[in-house]
Design a protein around this ligand. Structure first.
Ligand SMILES: NC(=O)C1=CN([C@@H]2O[C@H](COP(=O)(O)OP(=O)(O)OC[C@H]3O[C@@H](n4cnc5c(N)ncnc54)[C@H](OP(=O)(O)O)[C@@H]3O)[C@@H](O)[C@H]2O)C=CC1
Ligand SMILES: CC1=C(/C=C/C(C)=C/C=C/C(C)=C/C=O)C(C)(C)CCC1
Length: 317
């Protein structure tokens, strides 16, 4: 039987870089030592960065373990190696993006996004539920995205994978409350991690088969520069997001949804203002296809307002 003062065991997926890595270190270095962190990654060959950042917490409040969320064997081997077999908090962070005109994407890459961002999360939650239910305690945190609430042009598949996990969690949350298990979705906007560089690497290899010239030109000449600009001006650092997640984990009555970037709230608010969907679809259409000079001007203003004209961009860790 766990005592209230015992450190809570937190398992985090995808800790080789970005949000997962920063979160694992932050929790493991908690001044009140409230957490024991099991920081997992699919390729232990990448563990040096995490171990270096963990410093003295390594082996004390932080343990590194292998877990590929897409492999049932890997998930069950990792979970059965946990001392006492029980988790207090599960953070589903591992994920990947996919961007580009739909016609140019191949089904293997499309399925990989769902395998990771949706089925990977479902598999892990399914595996930890019996023990959490038996102990009548637990907190399941999922790193979703603003794109789990609002679709964004050329992110059709990624956004769909996050919508899927949002629907799954929203349904599950109700049933789990009677077991004192909370479900929380964290919804960041752009974050300066390796996520964007991985997307750019994927695009640079692509020759966009089957895409019409208008769409391709729009994607390459308007969307990509705008997206880059948005990451630079509105992008949060992983530490900003981690600060929000630490509060979510520390909460005694966690909510279902948390947006980490207030600048993105208007984006998701459009759909609530008009349930028909016309307001959001038409506003985006006008902004992106009918008012391009205004759109470019807004990005430019944003850059200056946020002081990014001079500031170098954050280097992902
Ligand atoms: N960065 C952003 O702008 C935003 C990110 N998010 C979400 O945040 C989460 C973390 O992303 P972020 O830190 O930014 O990006 P990173 O690319 O830095 O980190 C992603 C992590 O997921 C891991 N991963 C991918 N596939 C698997 C798998 N099958 N099993 C285990 N681990 C896997 C990666 O491991 P490996 O190194 O082996 O590839 C890596 O550790 C994702 O769910 C993402 O969708 C949400 C909103 C915005
Ligand atoms: C705000 C906005 C845009 C871009 C948003 C981007 C690029 C968001 C990225 C979010 C990420 C990376 C979430 C990860 O989960 C557009 C469509 C260019 C124009 C309309 C307003």
């Amino acid at each position: 039987m766990a005592r209230a003062e015992d450190p809570r065991t937190v398992l985090i997926t995808g800790c080789s870089s970005g949000i997962g890595l920063h979160l694992a270190v932050k929790l493991a270095q908690d001044p009140q030592q409230r957490y024991h962190v099991i920081a997992t990654m699919r390729d232990l060959g990448k563990k040096e960065k995490l171990e270096a950042a963990a410093g003295e917490s390594l082996g004390r409040t932080l343990t590194v373990a292998q877990m590929d969320v897409c492999s049932e064997d890997s998930v069950s081997a990792c979970l059965s190696s946990i001392k006492g077999g029980s988790l207090d908090v599960l953070v589903n962070n591992a994920g990947l993006g996919l961007v580009g005109p739909l016609e140019s994407l191949n089904m293997t890459d499309i399925k990989k996004v769902f395998e990771t961002n949706f089925f990977g999360v479902v598999q892990l939650i399914k595996a930890v539920l019996p023990s959490m239910k038996q102990r009548r305690r637990g907190h399941i945190v999922v790193i979703s995205s603003v794109m789990g609430m609002q679709g964004i042009i050329f992110n059709d598949i990624y956004s769909a994978s996050k919508f899927a996990i949002e629907g799954f969690c929203e349904s599950l949350a109700v049933q789990l409350l009677q077991f004192n298990i909370f479900v929380s979705l964290v919804e960041p906007g752009p974050v300066n991690t390796e996520f964007e560089a991985k997307l750019m690497a994927q695009i640079s290899k692509d020759n966009f088969p089957g895409t019409d010239p208008d769409t391709l030109s729009y994607f390459l000449n308007i969307y990509l520069p705008a997206s880059k600009e948005i990451f630079q001006t509105l992008g949060q650092s992983p530490d900003d997001v981690v600060q929000a997640i630490v509060q979510v984990i520390g909460s005694t009555r966690p909510s279902l949804r948390y947006q980490t970037n207030a600048l993105y709230t208007p984006l998701t608010a459009l759909k609530y203002a008009d349930p028909s969907g016309d307001l959001s679809v038409r506003t985006f259409y006008r902004l992106l296809f009918r008012c391009q000079p205004f759109f470019r001007f807004s990005l430019c203003c944003l850059r200056c307002l946020t002081g990014n004209c001079l500031r170098p961009r954050i280097t992902p860790m």
